[in-house]
Ligand binder design. Structure first.
Ligand SMILES: [Zn+2]
Length: 212
């Protein structure tokens, strides 16, 4: 599996890279994003640490912005993961409140008064700061939702099932309670058990990226 994963890393590292302050005009309306994180390396360069996509048509730019820079963990499982790890690392008891989803009105009415809003804002800010400092990303355009969802899982699995991709000893994700994250070195829980992409399929993907 390592050859496929090495080729995938090379392909994605050759794409334009964006980080905080990026121009959203360079993000296609529909596609898949790949995240890199400071200090994480594999296959002779930066290691892919998360792959994601979106369901709503035309929503890739909005989805990336929600994950990285919108201070609302309940809109982004990725932000929730980062917060969990920062809180566990710092032995911060606020983690029990961080786990509460306040999206539904009934839950807000039930729990909101128990949660120290200023503490919550501090954690959201810490997550946003971590996002801005640690992550950069690249994107590929994939128009069809079914293609995106299928490809997302197979890309994740290509990395997850590689023998050579490992998190660094200091990787933040090692603080995560779910071994899907802490063992795999990826900020992804779903999609790890799909069929990895073959070299032939990766060649086709590479041509598609260059053509698009
Ligand atoms: Zn690998």
């Amino acid at each position: 599996m390592s050859k496929e994963c090495a080729l995938l890393h090379q392909m994605v590292r050759d794409l334009p890279r964006m980080k905080v302050g990026y121009n959203p005009a360079f993000v296609p309306a529909n596609g898949i994003y790949f995240l890199f994180e400071n200090g994480e390396t594999a296959h002779g360069g930066d290691r892919i640490v998360r792959i994601g996509t979106h369901t709503g048509h035309g929503n890739l730019p909005k989805r990336i912005f929600e994950h990285l820079y919108t201070p609302n963990k309940d809109r982004s499982i990725f932000r929730k993961h980062i917060g969990r790890c920062l809180l566990r690392r710092d032995d911060n008891p606020f983690i029990k409140f961080w786990e509460i989803d306040l999206t539904k009105k009934a839950d807000r009415e039930r729990f909101a008064h128990q949660i120290d809003a200023s503490e919550q804002n501090l954690v959201e800010k810490a997550v946003t700061d971590y996002m801005a400092n640690a992550f950069s990303f690249s994107v590929i355009s994939v128009e069809e939702k079914s293609d995106r969802l299928n490809l997302e899982g197979r890309l994740i699995s290509t990395i997850c099932q590689c023998d050579e991709c490992h998190a660094s000893p200091e990787w933040l994700g090692k603080w995560h309670a779910d071994t899907h994250i802490s063992f795999s070195g990826l900020w992804n829980i779903q999609g790890q058990k799909e069929k990895p992409l073959t070299l032939h399929e990766l060649g086709g993907l590479s041509e598609q990226i260059k053509g698009g």
